[in-house]
Write a protein that binds this ligand. Structure first.
Ligand SMILES: NC(=O)c1ccc[n+]([C@@H]2O[C@H](COP(=O)([O-])OP(=O)(O)OC[C@H]3O[C@@H](n4cnc5c(N)ncnc54)[C@H](O)[C@@H]3O)[C@@H](O)[C@H]2O)c1
Length: 338
């Protein structure tokens, strides 16, 4: 198949592109190499993808519609996986415009491009942050997600809704992927797993938010990629053509469009202090801990219900946290001189 993946120089996009290229597919990659974090890491990911003959990359910003037209060219694309975004919860407090441009305008441009170039399946990255401080755990796809705590979450929820309207109006089979704290080799330097490993390894202090009273549902990146790869082959059917097999699959579907939301999570929350202990063990030295207050916009706990993912794909993430952390630390030590 021929894929268009946005955000291929990014963390998840890089891993997904590697997996699809490895399986013999062609991938058109697109990435704006934004300076949100070290672009050398993006360039290193991109250089590794460029070794595959089936990979072509375009360095463009998705908020520029003419650039998107050039990427597509004349050949049809079977599946689009939209991962490019201004990510990060905390950065959105001070830089909301970056989220407006990349997430809202950029996703709109992509939807407009897909409208006139039909695809078998459009998958877009959303986030566990859309659940806000949903008190009912685990977070299920049918839970309310209309009280975002940050502008990042608001833009991501908006992209889900925009995609739903396009799925309905233009018959685009669409899956919104709600990722829960993805971590692993080639991970994002702005996220806690990498920041903590780097700080512990170099003897710098780490800040522990809410005095450690936080829990996150961590998802190992290879598990997230396996989940997405399997969902690619499960586009939601339009309402008129549905043969629903289980209530959970049926309930997750939009009543009017070929559209659904799927959680991509480990399926179990881990206390932050336990996570830090695992990192200390893997790095082989103790962290210098600075306990600080809860950060604005942060949520105390994330916890994915992955029953829908399992019902659709027969798969749920299974990499033990200690193994994933060990792989992250190993990559940090041996492959990433950053
Ligand atoms: N990593 C996680 O834990 C996590 C959790 C929830 C949701 N997500 C979502 O998953 C997706 C991928 O996340 P990631 O962790 O790989 O992030 P990432 O920042 O590593 O990757 C995103 C890529 O998009 C590119 N990009 C940003 N703005 C762009 C623009 N305007 N035009 C073109 N390219 C642009 C960046 O250069 C980057 O390489 C994002 O949509 C993110 O919001 C990630």
């Amino acid at each position: 198949m021929r894929f268009l993946i946005t955000g291929t120089a990014g963390f998840i996009g890089y891993h997904l592109a590697q997996a699809l290229l490895g399986a013999g597919h062609d991938v058109i990659g697109l990435d704006g190499f934004t300076a949100y974090y070290d672009t050398a890491l993006k360039a290193a990911r991109s250089a590794r993808l460029a070794r595959h003959p089936g990979y072509v990359e375009h360095r463009i910003l998705i908020e520029e519609p003419q650039a998107l037209d050039r990427v597509w060219g004349d050949d049809p694309v079977d599946v689009v996986v939209h991962l490019a975004a201004q990510a990060g919860v905390r950065y959105s407090l001070d830089n909301p415009r970056a989220y407006l441009a990349a997430n809202i305008t950029g996703t709109f441009n992509l939807l407009e491009a897909i409208r006139t170039r039909p695809v078998r399946h459009f998958l877009l990255a959303s986030t566990s942050s859309v659940y806000g401080c949903n008190a009912s755990v685990p977070f299920r796809e049918i839970d309310g997600a209309d009280h975002p705590l940050t502008f990042y979450a608001a833009t991501k929820r908006s992209t889900e809704l925009m995609a739903h309207s396009y799925a309905h109006l233009w018959g685009i089979p669409t899956t919104a992927l709600r990722f829960f704290t993805v971590y692993g080799p080639w991970g994002r330097p702005d996220m806690a797993p990498y920041r903590f490993v780097d700080a512990i390894a170099t003897g710098k202090p780490i800040q522990i938010y809410n005095h450690g009273r936080l829990a996150r549902d961590f998802t190992y990146v290879a598990d997230a990629v396996e989940a997405v790869s399997r969902l690619i082959d499960r586009p939601p059917a339009p309402p008129a053509q549905r043969a629903v097999t289980t209530p959970i699959e049926g309930d997750s579907l939009s009543p009017v469009a070929a559209y659904r939301v799927v959680n991509i999570g480990g399926g179990a929350p881990t206390d932050l202090l336990r996570f830090i202990a695992l990192l200390e063990e893997a790095v082989g030295r103790p962290a210098e801990r600075h306990y600080v207050d809860m950060q604005p916009g942060d949520v105390p706990r994330t916890f994915a219900d992955v029953a829908l993912l399992e019902a659709l794909t027969g798969y749920k993430p299974s990499t033990p946290l200690a193994d994933g952390v060990a792989a992250l630390v190993d990559w940090y030590r041996t492959e990433w001189p950053g």
